[in-house]
Design a protein around this ligand. Structure first.
Ligand SMILES: C=C1C[C@]23C[C@@]1(O)CC[C@H]2[C@@]12CC[C@H](O)[C@@](C)(C(=O)O1)[C@H]2[C@@H]3C(=O)O
Ligand SMILES: O=C(O)CCC(=O)C(=O)O
Ligand SMILES: [Fe+2]
Length: 330
C-alpha cells in the first residue's frame, strides 16, 4: 500500500491506495435465521471468521431501500449544507477524516447515537434539519436491525450452551446501551484509477470495538476482510442481506473464542457505495470480561478488567489500525 504522491493527485493525499487485486471470497458463512441449526452455525462462523452473512432476517426490504434513498438524498446535498451537520464530535457529518487522530479515507459519513439517553446535539440537529421522512427511515431501520441483533446474540448464547440466553442481549436492550449508527458514502473516483491503476482506501483497516456490528450496503462491493493468513479478500455485495462482525468486546466476553475481525473498505472507481452499520455496544458502566460460564476450570481470563467506558476512551485515543485490545491483554 502506498500514498499517492503525483502532483496531479495531490488533492487525494494523504488517503492511502491499494492495488485492485483482492479476489472475491466465496467462503463467507451464510446463516439462515429460520434454520433450526442457526445457533451452532453462528458459533462456528464466529470462531472461524468473526464474520458471517445473514439471510431470512425478517427486516423488511422496504426499510432498507427507503433508508438507502434517504442517505443518498442527504449525501447529494450541497457540501455547505452537509458541513452544517459537522464536524463529528464523534456524532455528526464527517468527510475524509475518520476519528480524532489523523485517520483519513475516501468517505463521507453520518454518525448518530441510538441511545435516547445520550443527548447528542449533532444527532438532534441532523434530524431537525432534514425532512421528517429521513428521521422515520432511520428509526424504522434501526429498530428492526436492533431486534435482529438481539436475536443473533441470543442465538449465539444458545450455541455456546449458555443457560441465560439474554446474557448478551440484555446489554444491547438496556436503555443505557451505548450503541451507534453510521451511514457511509464512498464516492466513485475514476480519475485515480485511470491515472495510477490503484483504488482509494475508503475506510482503513480496523476492528470494531463494540459487541456486534450489523452492516448492510447497496450493491457496490468494497468491503474486504482479512483472513487468518493475512490475505485481504473482497466480500461480494448483497443488498438484501446483512453482514455481522464480531466486535472486540465480544472477543473479550468469549475469552478469545470468538475473534473480532479486521476489515476495511476500498472505494470502487466507478460506483458509489452506500453502507449503514449498527454498532451494538453495552452501557458505559458495564464491565467487559469473559462470561464466567465460558471460562472452564483451570482457565484464566486473557484480559485485564475494564469497563466499556474505559475501552471506548482508549479506542478514541487510538488510530484505526491500532491493536486496541492489545492494551487490555494480560
Ligand atoms: C479512528 C477512530 C474512529 C473510530 C474511533 C477511533 O479512534 C478508533 C475506532 C473507530 C471506530 C471503528 C468502528 C466504528 O465505525 C466507530 C464509530 C467506532 O466505534 O470505532 C469508529 C470510530 C469513529 O469513527 O468515531
Ligand atoms: O462502510 C462499510 O462497509 C464498513 C465501514 C466500517 O467498517 C465501519 O464503519 O466501521
Ligand atoms: Fe468497521
Amino acid at each position: 500500500m502506498v500514498v499517492v504522491s503525483q502532483p496531479a493527485l495531490d488533492h487525494f493525499s494523504p488517503i492511502k491506495t491499494c492495488k485492485p487485486t483482492a479476489s472475491y471470497f466465496s467462503g463467507i458463512p451464510v446463516v439462515d435465521l429460520s434454520n433450526p441449526d442457526a445457533s451452532s452455525l453462528i458459533v462456528k462462523a464466529c470462531e472461524e471468521f468473526g464474520f458471517f452473512k445473514v439471510v431470512n432476517h425478517g427486516v423488511p426490504m422496504e426499510f432498507m431501500t427507503s433508508l438507502e434513498s434517504q442517505a443518498i438524498n442527504f449525501f447529494n446535498l450541497p457540501q455547505s449544507e452537509k458541513d452544517r451537520a459537522g464536524p463529528p464530535d464523534p456524532f455528526g457529518y464527517g468527510s475524509k477524516r475518520i476519528g480524532p487522530n489523523g485517520d483519513v479515507g475516501w468517505i463521507e459519513y453520518l454518525l448518530l447515537n441510538t441511545n435516547p439517553d445520550v443527548v447528542s446535539e449533532k444527532s438532534l440537529f441532523i434530524f431537525r434539519e432534514n425532512p421528517q421522512i429521513f428521521r422515520s427511515a432511520v428509526e424504522n431501520y434501526v429498530s428492526a436491525v436492533k431486534k435482529m441483533a438481539f436475536e443473533i446474540v441470543e442465538l449465539m448464547a444458545d450455541g455456546l450452551g449458555i443457560e441465560e440466553r439474554n446474557v448478551m442481549s440484555k446489554l444491547l436492550r438496556d436503555e443505557k446501551s451505548d450503541s451507534c449508527f453510521r451511514m457511509n458514502h464512498y464516492p466513485p473516483c475514476p480519475e485515480l484509477q485511470a491515472l495510477s491503476g490503484r483504488n482509494l482506501i475508503g475506510f482503513g483497516e480496523h476492528t470494531d470495538p463494540q459487541i456486534i456490528s450489523v452492516l448492510r450496503s447497496n450493491n457496490t462491493s468494497g468491503l474486504q476482510i482479512c483472513l487468518r493468513d493475512g490475505a485481504w479478500v473482497s466480500v461480494p455485495s448483497d443488498h438484501t442481506s446483512f453482514f455481522i462482525n464480531v466486535g472486540d468486546s465480544l472477543q473479550v466476553m468469549t475469552n478469545g473464542r470468538f475473534r473480532s475481525l479486521k476489515h476495511r473498505v476500498v472505494a470502487d472507481p466507478m460506483k458509489s457505495r452506500v453502507s449503514m452499520i449498527f454498532f451494538g455496544g453495552p452501557p458505559l458502566s458495564e464491565k467487559i470480561a469473559p462470561l464466567p460460564c465460558l471460562v472452564v476450570e483451570g482457565e484464566e481470563s486473557l484480559y485485564k478488567e475494564f469497563t466499556w467506558w474505559e475501552y471506548k476512551k482508549s479506542a478514541y485515543q487510538s488510530r484505526l489500525a491500532d491493536n486496541r485490545l492489545g492494551l487490555f491483554e494480560k
